[in-house]
Design a protein around this ligand. Structure first.
Ligand SMILES: Cc1cc2nc3c(=O)[nH]c(=O)nc-3n(C[C@H](O)[C@H](O)[C@H](O)COP(=O)(O)O)c2cc1C
Length: 139
């Protein structure tokens, strides 16, 4: 059964580009092996990640991520069954907080700061689906 899990967490330490690269490298290796795809946003000291794939595989990956000391205060924001993957070709795409996509982050926030902890499941889904459509500026 195909599911999508969306969670937020806060960075535990000041992360450098090396940390993010390391996370993406691990994700590419491990997620590809178990058929998990997704995207990771980092903005305002908050990670927002969407994982999709087989329910058991997504659970396993999520529980491994939870043990990572680089983040804290994890909260599951949405867990839904999906019919089709959104991030079919991304083992883990990165959506960083650049000047260009700041507008997009704020478009879906009820506050002046990007705060996914306050976003509803439907807002999160709309956010990620727009992120994919705008994928050109993500690389
Ligand atoms: C916010 C965040 C997201 C992460 N996402 C993934 C992921 O999608 N897949 C993954 O395998 N590891 C992810 N990691 C890294 C894992 O916590 C862990 O370090 C890694 O899976 C260890 O695998 P390795 O020993 O093969 O590098 C993430 C870490 C953080 C802090």
């Amino acid at each position: 059964m195909l599911v999508q899990l969306t969670y937020a967490s806060r960075t535990a330490t000041i992360l450098g580009p090396g940390d993010v690269k390391d996370i993406l490298r691990s994700s590419a290796r491990n997620n590809t092996a178990v058929g998990v795809t997704g995207a990771l946003c980092l903005a305002n000291g908050i990670f927002l990640q969407q994982l999709e794939g087989d329910r058991q595989a997504v659970n396993t990956v999520y529980h491994r991520i939870l043990k990572d000391p680089r983040h804290k205060e994890p909260a599951i924001l949405d867990l839904s069954e999906i019919v089709v993957r959104q991030f079919g070709s991304w083992s883990m795409g990165l959506i960083a907080a650049t000047q260009e996509n700041r507008q997009l982050f704020l478009k879906y926030s009820s506050t002046s700061e990007f705060d996914p902890y306050k976003m509803s499941p439907s807002t999160l889904r709309a956010f990620f689906s727009e992120v994919i459509q705008s994928a050109r500026w993500l690389s």
